[in-house]
Design a protein around this ligand. Structure first.
Ligand code: ADP
Ligand code: MG
Length: 629
């Protein structure tokens, strides 16, 4: 038996490890299983090149919890270590890693972002154990060794009896870490971190039902057998070639990733690149709702099939964090803070590669199956519109496949739309006016008025669409968006031929005065007289585009003016001076009748804009009954 002192300048390194890694004690298991996996894969390599003359077989890694003895065992059948190797790799290499880590992050103890992702390796065992043992036998023909260390820099090394090749790590779980002696807790960790690691991991056994033997009776129970409970899938879909996968396989993997998700993904994107960085993965477009916030943080980041985090902020562009799936890359530096990550050259390249792949996939879907793409548009538009707003590179590509649905269920690209409406919807100043509605029901009468003129009306209802319109208006020439209820249709698209007013200026003046007398000023209507087609409605309430859009933008954050969200709504009351009823209002002899006509017309206009509610609506209904009695 030999004892020795680990060569380290900090005497009390173990309490430090505990303290620094306080928030992330659970990663010890991930680290130890990673080492076991590395050792097994190394053996695989050495046997394949003929350097290790042993049988590789079907090795697995076994995790055992002995609650009574307060021990956790991690057992592998990998290359193992000789005595010299233990001295070198455990006492020197592993320890120097731990020391370097502490040195580097002495002052950053509270930044969980750094600590959590730093692979501290073997010594992370001391976060949960008061004593650690290594019993290991190398694939080389040398005696097995037994190393143990109780958390002080002193260690003990002696010969061991172990016959079979590989390494067993025994953790004597510390008093403050007994949670890790619960099977359920260990299973939870295995599922979180090791679900897709490349070597099978056994945790206990499970009962498997076998098919009934030939000639068995109906009432005979099916035979069962105890089998190893393998918690991982060593060959997850993303590690395979896209050509070897069918649509079903992608869907199956989605269910594996999100067992609680019952909705199927819309489509997937297989990422696969090895130069200038290494990255594989599968991203899925889920069905999205308009609520953007709850859908983030579903993409999982792996490093060589080891789960690292589900916070991919900085690695995946913001607009794509709404997707789901897996990204696996050994090239993403994890032992750095998030802000550093965003500035890292390799990470920037990864981010733009992912953006490009997503744009290409969407573009090919659009080209190859337009109908399908149109059907999915409603579910994917949020991501695309958000991407167009936030990434110029993406905008350039998406501009060719982003769709603009009309009220009648047609879908145009911007280019198609432009061609379609150019002749009809260009105003006298040569500006193309794109009409849209945000609510088919509420804006019905305005939509009808626009359609009567032969105009196309888009249905744009996602929450970020006001921002996107702003972006389109500034990046394209001579276009503007106008919601159908922003003004009277003739004012939204102004043409040369202005209709002649039936009323003289004097009459108009008088009419305006009469109306303003009746209308309650606290309602905030601005009365505006317009000579329009005599068949157009007498009173129309409109909501000016600019102010309304600013308010909308304010609600989804940014873009608008400060404090706009608290502004009262502003409405215009457009009075059609050429409508017969308006003429009657002007010419009515009795003030009482005039007042009634004005109130009734105003209420009808408010009703059509969805503004008439409560007591006013009741009064309106009663008044209407009185009139038809
Ligand atoms: P890293 O894995 O990053 O090299 P670790 O601290 O996790 O650092 O491990 C240090 C070294 O100890 C490993 O590089 C390996 O040589 C050796 N080692 C650890 N665990 C095992 C194991 N289960 N089997 C064989 N060697 C191991
Ligand atoms: Mg390691």
């Amino acid at each position: 038996m030999a004892t020795g002192k680990i060569n380290v300048s900090v005497e009390n390194i173990f309490p430090l490890i505990k303290k620094f890694l306080y928030s992330d004690h659970e990663i010890f298991l991930r680290e130890l299983i990673s080492n076991a996996t590395d050792a097994t894969l190394k053996l695989k390599h050495l046997t394949s090149i003929g350097e290790a003359k042993v049988e590789y077989g079907n090795p697995l890694i076994e995790i055992k919890v002995d609650k009574d003895a307060k021990k956790i065992h991690i057992i592998d059948q990998g290359i193992g270590m000789t005595e010299d190797e233990v001295k070198k790799y455990i006492n020197e290499v592993a320890f120097s890693g731990a020391e370097e880590f502490l040195d580097k992050y002495k002052d950053a103890g509270k930044d969980a972002g750094i600590i959590g992702h730093f692979g501290l390796g073997f010594y992370s065992a001391f976060m949960v154990a008061e004593k650690v043992e290594i019993i290991t036998k190398s694939f080389k023909d040398q005696p097995a060794v037994h190393w143990s260390c109780d958390g002080s820099p002193e260690f003990e090394l002696k010969k061991a009896k172990k016959e079979d090749r590989g390494t067993e790590i025994v953790l004597h779980v510390a008093e403050d870490s007994t949670e890790f002696l619960e099977d359920s807790r260990i299973r939870e960790l295995l599922t979180k971190y090791n679900k897709f690691m490349p070597i099978p991991i056994k945790f206990g056994t499970k009962t498997e039902t076998l098919p009934k033997p030939e000639g068995a009776k109906e009432e005979d129970p099916a035979p069962t057998k105890e089998v190893d409970d393998i918690i991982n899938n060593p060959n997850p879909a993303w590690t395979k070639k896209p050509a070897d996968l069918k649509d079903e396989d992608y869907k199956g993997f989605y269910r594996e990733l999100y067992p609680m998700q019952f909705e199927e993904p819309l489509f997937n994107i297989h990422l696969n690149v090895d130069y200038p960085f290494n990255l594989t993965g599968i991203l899925y477009f889920p069905k999205l709702t308009n609520d953007l916030n709850i859908q983030k943080d579903k993409i999982q980041l792996y490093q060589n099939q080891v789960f690292v985090t589900d916070n991919v902020e900085g690695i995946v562009p913001e607009f794509l964090t709404m997707l789901r799936g897996v990204i696996d890359s050994p090239d993403i530096p994890l032992n750095v803070s998030r802000s550093y990550l965003q500035a890292d050259g390799a990470v920037k390249k990864i981010s733009s590669y992912i953006t490009k792949k997503v744009a290409d996939k969407l573009s090919s879907l659009f080209k190859n199956s337009r109908e399908d793409f149109e059907q999915k548009w409603n579910d994917i538009k949020v991501v695309i519109e958000y991407g167009m707003l936030s990434e110029d590179k993406f905008f350039e590509k998406a501009d060719k496949f982003a769709l603009y649905p009309t009220i009648d269920g047609k879908y145009f690209t911007f280019e198609e739309l432009e061609a379609k409406i150019k002749d009809t919807q260009t105003d006298k100043d040569d500006k193309l006016v794109i009409l849209y509605a945000s609510d088919k029901e509420a804006q019905h009468s305005y939509i009808e008025a626009a359609k009567a003129k032969g105009y196309e009306v888009l249905l744009l209802d996602s929450p970020i669409v006001p921002h996107l319109m702003q972006k389109l208006e500034t990046s394209k020439e001579k276009i503007s968006f106008a919601r159908v209820d922003a003004d009277h249709i003739d004012n939204l698209i102004k043409k040369e031929d202005t209709t002649i007013s039936k009323l003289s200026d004097e009459e108009k003046e008088k009419l305006k005065g009469e109306i303003e007398k009746v209308i309650d000023p606290s309602k905030g209507f601005t009365v505006q007289l317009e000579a329009m087609d005599s068949s157009a409605q007498p009173f129309i309430i409109t909501e000016p585009e600019f102010m309304r859009r600013m308010k909308d933008m304010q609600q989804t954050g940014g873009g608008g003016m400060f404090g706009m969200g608290n502004m009262p709504d502003m409405f215009n009351l457009i009075v059609n001076t050429n409508n017969e009823l308006v003429g009657e209002i002007l010419n009515t002899k009795t003030a009482k009748k005039r007042e009634r006509l004005i109130n009734q017309s105003l209420d009808l206009a408010r009703l059509s804009k969805g503004l008439l509610k409560g007591e006013e609506l009741t009064n309106f209904i009663n008044r209407s009954y009185d009139m038809i009695k």
